[in-house]
Design a protein around this ligand. Structure first.
Ligand code: MEV
Length: 327
């Protein structure tokens, strides 16, 4: 069994990474259109790496029910692949549940308040926090650029064909205007604004919705390209509105973006219901955020209306809400 946390621990290194929301442009961003994303610091992944008196590399991640020694995981397991990519040489396999006392090993504890498969970047946040903690444990700190590159590789294991927006916004922990393959552009709101996030509570792996959109795009390329172009226009206008301190313009843009996401088939009755409830409660606009089909939606509120929008979302079936200030 891995050494207990109360055992002879030699050093503890900690790192965290935030969640994220996509304000505009999800799915179209996979096809090289611009998208806007911001970190959400109220939800985060925390990783602790400790030396242990038991050999082996033990991973404890209760949120995904994982308690395993590294060598027992497949090498394409997203967490194992991050660790294997950072270790100087592959560790010798250990029989399950055993450790050679005296040789020493490490324990990795992963905790998270970001719901899994909900469009809030849980996979990328685990990878970012894990890489930060492990690289400082190994006393080989990495630049954000390198971390972003490594996490992008892991994102492919979760997603198939990720745009790279999740790893970028989470690594840099700043609002980003993202175009796949182009240098990172961050942006600064001219005036803070309030977003209410509503969780349908329905897990929906991004890989599936991204794969479905790809199949539809292959069948009806011109039509889907037109939708992606319209979404690109929305992202461009939204960036201008945010930077010039006119967040109130975003409401209509969100509603329009949501309608285009419906045409991409990635909304769901639950997401539509939450978006309508938010608008009825005074939100200036609402849309799904992330991969869709379940997961989360976002609504533009004012500081004064945020609480009542959040209450309306709960009454309409949201499992939880987060009020976040974008600044
Ligand atoms: C996922 O947060 C956003 C998507 O656009 C996928 C991606 O960009 O990789 C749906």
């Amino acid at each position: 069994m891995g050494g207990s946390r109360s055992g002879d621990l030699l050093s503890i290194v900690k790192a965290s990474a935030p969640g994220k929301i996509i304000l505009f442009g999800e799915h179209a961003v996979v096809y090289n259109r611009p998208a806007l994303a911001v970190p959400v610091t109220q939800i985060h992944v925390d990783v602790e790496v400790c030396d242990s008196d038991s050999a082996g590399i033990w991973i404890h991640a209760p949120v995904i029910d994982l308690r395993a020694e590294l060598s027992t995981l497949p090498s394409d397991h997203p967490i194992a692949s991050v660790i294997l990519g950072l270790l100087p040489s592959p560790p010798a396999p250990l029989p399950l549940g055993e450790g050679r006392r005296g040789e020493g090993g490490i324990e990795i504890h992963i905790s998270s308040t970001i719901p899994v498969a909900s469009g809030l970047g849980s996979g990328a946040a685990v990878s970012v926090a894990l890489i930060r903690a492990l690289s400082s444990h190994l006393q080989k700190p990495l630049t954000n650029e390198k971390i972003n590159e490594l996490v992008y590789e892991t994102e492919k294991l979760y997603h198939g064909t990720p745009s790279g927006i999740d790893n970028t916004v989470i690594t840099y922990n700043m609002p980003v205007y993202f175009i796949k393959g182009q240098p990172i552009v961050t942006f600064q709101p001219g005036k803070p604004f309030t977003i209410v996030i509503g969780d349908t509570g329905i897990p929906a792996p991004t890989k599936e919705s991204v794969g479905d959109v790809r199949r539809l795009w292959l069948r009806n390329t011109n039509h889907f390209e037109d939708i992606f172009n319209e979404i690109a226009q929305i992202s461009l206008i939204a960036r201008r509105a945010i930077e010039s301190g006119k967040p109130e313009w975003l409401g209509e843009l969100m509603d329009h973006n949501h309608a285009l996401l419906q045409q991409l088939t990635v909304s769901s009755p639950e997401l539509d219901k939450l978006a309508a409830a938010a608008r009825d409660a005074g939100a200036l606009g609402a849309k799904l955020s992330g991969g869709g089909r379940g997961g989360n939606m976002i609504a533009l509120a004012t500081q004064a209306s945020a609480e009542s929008v959040a209450e309306a979302l709960i009454s309409a079936g949201a499992k939880r809400t987060i009020i976040t200030e974008i600044k």
